[in-house]
Design a protein around this ligand. Sequence first.
Ligand SMILES: Nc1ncnc2c1ncn2[C@@H]1O[C@H](C[S@+](CC[C@H]([NH3+])C(=O)[O-])CC(=O)[O-])[C@@H](O)[C@H]1O
Ligand SMILES: O=C(O)C(=O)Cc1ccccc1
Length: 243
Amino acid sequence: MNPQQDTIYANATGQITDFQFDQRVAGVFNDMIRRSVPGYAQIINTIGDFANRFVTPRSNIYDLGSSLGSATLSIRRQIEGRECQIYAVDNSQSMIERCNENLAAYVSDIKVNLLCADIREIDIQNASMVVLNFTLQFLPIHDRDALIKRIYDGMLPGGILVISEKLFFEDNQIQQLLDEQHLDFKRANGYSELEISQKRSALENVMRPDSLNVHQKRLTENGFSHFSVWFQCFNFASMVAIK
Ligand SMILES: Nc1ncnc2c1ncn2[C@@H]1O[C@H](C[S@+](CC[C@H]([NH3+])C(=O)[O-])CC(=O)[O-])[C@@H](O)[C@H]1O
Ligand SMILES: O=C(O)C(=O)Cc1ccccc1
């Protein structure tokens, strides 16, 4: 889908600017996310399995922060013939363009509406499945609650919300341990110390992980009846909430 290798932070730059999902990142994003997020492939596959279980005929599916469309593709493969529509939403024009090419590479009877829009502003309705795969962590903290509420309101009873996130741990020793394990994962995938530290600086103001407690509280307080972590590797987790 995207063979380009991520070398974005390979050379020393005087001033590190905030991380953006621009054309450069979109061009290497598959390589970047696979080498940076432990369990990413497993999570994408399982999102497809969840779709198979939860997506009901003639309902909508929302992939919020869809990037290159990996989750959308995994879902679409599982729900042929159910007369559903998928809404894949991202506010990066570069991601949308590449996502469009990726979707066009496969035949399907499921319509995908690819929207270049802010996920805080789109209409959500008749949803049997909503996916926030590593997206919520990029929203300003104060906007997260309102988005979860709007998702809940737009979902059908029995519908599933999948949220994958980098986690923050209140216990400082655990935070340090799992952060270090994640850095080892990146080193093992060929990232240098310079790449790791420059990307870390770029993400500092942009990506703000919540703790598991904060996620669970937000989901249950906004009405979800069932909640669990279904996957965790180091400080990366994927959660499900069912309406
Ligand atoms: N307010 C916003 N509105 C719309 N899009 C946004 C917003 N904020 C960020 N994004 C978009 O959310 C995506 C987050 S990446 C998701 C991976 C994908 N889900 C995957 O399964 O491969 C995760 C990561 O890079 O760690 C980017 O494409 C942003 O442009
Ligand atoms: O690379 C990291 O350190 C991360 O925390 C994950 C990530 C992956 C892709 C884009 C932004 C953040």
